[in-house]
Design a binder for this molecule. Structure first.
Ligand code: SF4
Ligand code: SF4
Length: 374
């Protein structure tokens, strides 16, 4: 691919999730590459990989909106590609997730095949910087092209969850949470996430920022209408732009700092060609970055001009606490905490904070939004 096109990020306005609006906006978005046909060739097996973190309704903004997937599936079919849709949710039953997020309906309407990431490949992928390995879902091997369709949300470990982080869903099921035990710190976890992205190699990354999630994402933040779609063949570059327009410093998005460390293209604005809306036109004012700066003290210095202070702030990480008023004692966090340090009890479970690795999986999986961070 031409170097310029590979590092182009296209930004376009998209004001609603009406099918026609989304389709027209996507067509405009793909203009720098002369349409989706630049990526999709006739007869290719194309996997659309949305963010399906949990069994949540589309309007909760936890997951990629089904209309974005529907519009893309129709465009891929028009380009004579064969469409598959898949993701591996954290802990919820995939069938329930597909039904509640609207993916089941979309697959039926677009004659796409909905598949599950149930099995691993035999291949081990090694994590360069931290020694360790991971496997990916075997289905990926059968695809000719992966289109990574992320949701723009905040995340307590990675600052933002957008295109690079979305590829982490290509690790099968619960293993995603268990890897937190091996890589508990934002830096080492983000290196792992980056290596997953490099192994998945999506040919195109799209960010659904029509309605984003600000505040304490990625599960319990606030949906906010931000009216944008972004696309690039380079997920690092599109994340860098997403960070820029939401007001994140690079140091607050450790997947970007990991990419910079590795010398990958896309972390520096000078390396990116922007098409469509300019950075100024796409700025999302007063975006609530939630815990990106890491806890109360961290937040106070997050806007300090020196990068090393922002890095320090990022590492001031809060601890989880269960809100007794919201907890229904369903036991999900007890079952799914990768460090197994949430103990069942009455009226609510108890977290052994001294052993907590602060991976925040409990917060992601709690269906009641009952885990707060302090
Ligand atoms: S997952 Fe949430 S609601 Fe369920 S027991 Fe844990 S804190 Fe309570
Ligand atoms: S209590 Fe929550 S944050 Fe702590 S290790 Fe368990 S899942 Fe991670």
């Amino acid at each position: 691919m031409d170097k310029n096109l590979a590092n182009t990020v296209s930004i376009n306005r998209c004001n609603s999730y009406h099918l026609q609006t989304v389709t027209e906006s996507l067509k405009e978005l793909f203009k720098p590459w002369n349409g989706i046909g630049y990526f999709v060739k006739p007869g290719q097996k194309v996997l659309l990989k949305p963010n399906l973190l949990a069994a949540a309704r589309p309007e909760e903004a936890v997951t990629t909106h089904p209309i974005v997937i529907k519009a893309l599936a129709m465009m891929v079919r028009e380009a004579k590609g064969i469409v598959y849709i898949a993701d591996s949710p954290g802990t919820d039953d995939p069938d329930l997730v597909y039904q509640k997020t609207g993916m089941q309906e979309v697959a039926g309407e677009t004659k796409s095949t909905l598949i599950r990431f149930d099995h691993n490949t035999n291949k081990d992928y090694y994590i360069n910087s931290d020694h360790g390995n991971f496997k990916l879902a075997s289905t990926l091997d059968q695809m000719d092209l992966i289109i990574n369709v992320a949701k723009l949300k905040t995340h307590p470990l990675t600052g933002l969850t957008a295109a690079v982080k979305n590829t982490y869903g290509c690790i099968v099921g619960r293993k995603k949470a268990l890897l937190h035990v091996e890589h508990p710190l934002p830096k080492s976890f983000s290196r792992l996430v980056l290596d997953v992205y490099l192994a998945v190699k999506p040919g195109l990354s799209i960010i659904d920022a029509v309605v984003s999630m600000e505040g304490v994402g990625p599960r319990s933040g606030n949906p906010r209408h931000t009216g944008l779609l972004l696309a690039s063949p380079n997920a690092i570059a599109v994340d860098r732009i997403a960070a820029e327009i939401t007001g994140f410093y690079t140091e607050e998005v450790p997947t970007l700092t990991a990419a910079k460390e590795k010398g990958l293209t896309g972390t520096d604005l000078k390396e990116i060609t922007i098409k469509g809306l300019s950075l100024n036109e796409s700025k999302i004012k007063n975006f609530n970055k939630g815990l990106a700066a890491g806890g109360n003290i961290g937040r106070l210095v997050a806007n300090f001009p020196l990068a090393r202070f922002r890095g320090w702030a990022r590492n001031r990480r809060p601890y989880p606490e269960i809100d007794e008023n919201k907890c229904i004692n369903c036991g999900k966090c007890v079952k799914d905490c990768p460090a197994q340090i949430i103990i069942a009890g009455q009226p609510i479970p108890d977290i052994e904070l001294s052993s907590c690795i602060r991976c925040y999986c409990c917060r992601e999986f709690c269906p009641e939004g009952a885990i707060i961070l302090k």
